[in-house]
Design a protein around this ligand. Sequence first.
Ligand code: UDP
Length: 242
Amino acid sequence: MGRYNRVLLKLSGEILAGKSGFGLDLEEVSNICAEIADVAREGIQVAMVVGGGNIMRGQQAVQKGMERAQADSMGMLATVINALALQDSLERMGMSTRVQTAVEMRQVAEPFIRRRAIRHLEKGRIVIFAAGTGSPYFSTDTAAALRASEIGASCLLKATKVDGIYDDDPAKNPQAKRLSSVSYREALTKGLKIMDAAAFALCQENNIPIIVFDVLKRGNLRSLLVDDKPVGSVVCSNPVGC
Ligand code: UDP
């Protein structure tokens, strides 16, 4: 097993939408869940925070005149839909899972209870955290950093469609350089956009390494977590040692 035994995986809604960019692509959900199940079977404790951008993004609705807290509540509910899709897919693969929501809806899932979440992880269950932080004006990146801190995760895995952190947008600048490891300080001074400021600050304060990696590349999670291979880019306090 690699160096990370309890991980918090942040999956954006966009990843679950597949090529269409909206809603849920159940085949894509299943592909990603197969990768997650694979590492969980190896004994890695996996918790997840899922986004909702494939269904509802608060700020976009605000631009069209909607009240912010109302729009954000809709965004948080969207993450629950995604969490249930992930749960269904993982359970059909024979995995044991729990969904915990930051907004209570006991008929659908457990409420978020930190100690209970840790107990589930210890028993080998995959825990999916939904409804963000439960408060408007936050993002699911911040929820991921918060939950990672609360459960004592050894790293935060930020699942993306690119293979790491670049010094410029690789989609716009073909000269953009990939950085395999950077310190929190360097990421701030270079203005690298890794997570929003609140999420980044939480990880830095609690010394949780952030690993940005391509979740769509088959086997990446296994290489990273089981085979301890360098995958993606890592942000930590001392890049030489992480
Ligand atoms: N959201 C919120 N509070 C939270 C997390 C999320 O209000 O703690 C809302 C916000 O409107 C956000 C939406 O839920 O736009 C979906 O989350 P996010 O945009 O972070 O999803 P992702 O981009 O990861 O798919």
